[in-house]
Design a protein around this ligand. Sequence first.
Ligand code: GLN
Length: 499
Amino acid sequence: MNSLADKTASELSELYKKNSCTQKEILDSLTQAIHSKDGKLNAYVKFEQTRPIHRKPPATKARHQNIGGQASADGDLRSPLWGVPIAIKDNICVEGQEASCASKILQNYIAPYNATVIEKLLDAGAVIFGRTNMDEFAFGSSCETSFYGPAKNPWDLARVPGGSSGGSAASVASRTAIAALGSDTGGSIRQPAALCGIVGLKPTYGRVSRYGLIAFASSLDQIGPMTRDVRDSALLLNVIAGYDPKDSTSADVPVPDYTSFLGQSIKGMKIGMPKEYFKEGLSKEVGEAIKSAVKKLEGLGAVVSEVSLPHTEHAVNVYYIVAPSEASSNLARFDGVRFGYRNKSAQTLKEMYEKSRGDGFGAEAKRRIILGTFALSSGYYDAYYLKAMKVRTKIKSDFDEAFKKVDVLLTPTAPSPAFKIGEKTEDPLQMYLSDIYTISANLAGVPAISIPCGFSKNNLPIGLQFLAKPFDEGTLFKVSHAFEQATEFHKQKPEEPSS
Ligand code: GLN
């Protein structure tokens, strides 16, 4: 029999309904799985010091009524996430817990409040369970820039799990988490989801509150679910989506019940494949997996055609101006005074700033700060930042045009399956190209999902990405669920890491 740690959120909900397990049994099963596997995976950060948080103890028979309904603020035993442990990326604030962004500079920084997504999960009865490893401040595509050392890919411990939400992806894939939250600025949910064989959703910009997410690039960041299947992704988005007056970029757009899109036919759905995504740089194995996925979708009645997103070739360049510019400004607050680490040997205020930042930030964070400060400095601002913003608008219009013709776009998520630890660390440009297919969605603000669609000959997972119009996550769930139901990829799991 599979252990409880093997279950999805929706399966756990069914077990609760039948009274076939208790919350303690679930937490024990996960803790046991973490004790046996995480020494090798390094997916969690300071697990032993992080206590699970749950707002209401299991109480009444009310839990047996109305399960499957929407979460409500009182507690709530009706929520499908009731009692479900959710692992949280280390850049999302949970009151009373360290939120370090896997950086030395935020060591011992204890968050004084809950992010809105955490409040919403607690209101829905979920258990906040453990903090996951990540690239420092979410700068990276491999989890190798973490102060805690790299997380490993559960399918092959010599390889990266992707990044920056690598710990979230590795824990969900390895059955040491039921589901997790990640954040995605240029692909950090989708790329690790693809590399670890799970489902990762970046919602529309503004769909999920960023309040309490430690900012990387505020115009690009979104929090989203990382899960073993599409149903769990919909269940989690149901809970975390919605307007938040505490986030000025949060959108006041009604949240549908995303589970209502599951199980719908995709007959006649128009799927566009942007021709710019299928050029050099795409590995043969990923290309072939995508090709067979397209056949499968056509078999389900979808109509697949070629479309064009002509400004795609500029996306990486634009992103590496915009994202570091915003990052350099967001990171200015870490000065050794208010948060986390301070160098104690400094003699003057200026020296204290310099030494605290010099010791506290890792190499990639420093690279981003320098890049961003340069692009924003007077004399260069127009040539770099302003120009990048103009091209960003063009990238957004490409999507608007494409969505006049098709319902959804299909692309690879990452150019290759998981690469070896250390393979790209010496060459930042190679690393930046890992996000070539994911970055545009953030620049344009559109929602995108990565789902498993195959395996390489080395048995490494491959992901495909769907993108939709703003606030049309429903269509992403519809097409992803239809594909998932017709395939078995999401059911594969990695073997136990051997010693
Ligand atoms: N890998 C990209 C970067 O390093 C995206 C990171 C992210 O989405 N947080 O910027």
